[in-house]
Design a protein around this ligand. Structure first.
Ligand code: CA
Length: 229
């Protein structure tokens, strides 16, 4: 049987070496990457069994790496957050990380988490996607392409549906109009960010109790939108 492999994405050399030593001692093969971009490349090329991912990384931070990896694979991701990074901690789980530890951590604790994560049966990406998203009386089933409010089916246009699913996957996260445009229409869309405003308005008319004073999709002046749930 081949060893399980763990990819460590971290720029602090001392920590990388300490992790390598302990992981190898437990019988894992260890791969390392010193920044977000190379971490992503290594994960794609080597398909490790687990990724240990630091939040603070050069060129592409751990949050972005996690978000991208989660779209592509169901590899378990353990995030390392610095003390006091409360927001990062929450975001780390919201963006699809499986677990996190706060620095400084004990190697014993970290190894216990790694063992536990590798014991869990892996969800396939399609099973993960098939889970209905819920927020109070709102529900979105991405697989069935159905959305409902108070148990009644919502009639949404495709982009409205995608927008609602994006918000419900990321409650509490602020999105700029450009980010929404890129997520829903893609990089090569030649268009206006006002397209986003129009779709938000349409969606509000369908999911807000009072669309003129929205409680679910909040406008963040000068930035974009945040889904409150
Ligand atoms: Ca770091």
């Amino acid at each position: 049987m081949t060893n399980r492999s763990v990819l460590v994405v971290e720029d602090e050399e001392n920590l990388v070496e300490a992790l390598r030593y302990n992981l190898e001692h437990e019988g894992y093969d260890v791969l390392t990457a010193p920044d977000g971009g190379s971490g992503l490349e290594t994960a794609r090329a080597a398909l490790p069994d687990l990724v240990i991912l630091d939040v603070m990384l050069p060129n592409l931070d751990g949050i972005e790496v996690c978000r991208i990896l989660r779209r592509e694979t169901d590899v378990p991701i353990l995030m390392l957050t610095a003390k006091g990074e409360e927001i990062d901690r929450v975001v780390g789980l919201e963006i699809g990380a499986d677990d996190y530890v706060t620095k400084p951590f004990s190697m014993r604790e970290l190894m216990a988490r790694v063992r536990a994560m590798l014991r869990r049966p892996r969800k396939t990406a399609s099973a993960r996607m098939a889970e209905p998203l819920r927020s109070g009386s709102l529900a979105v089933d991405v697989d069935a392409h159905q959305a409902s409010l108070n148990g009644e089916e919502l009639r949404l246009k495709p982009r409205e549906f995608d927008l609602l699913a994006l918000f419900m996957r990321n409650p509490g996260r602020a999105f700029t109009r450009d980010q929404i445009l890129e997520q829903l229409w893609g990089h090569d869309y030649i268009g206006d960010v006002r397209t986003v405003d129009v779709h938000v308005r349409w969606l509000r008319e369908k999911i807000e109790a009072d669309p003129s004073t929205p409680a679910r999709i909040i406008t963040i002046r000068g930035v974009g939108y945040r889904f409150e749930g």
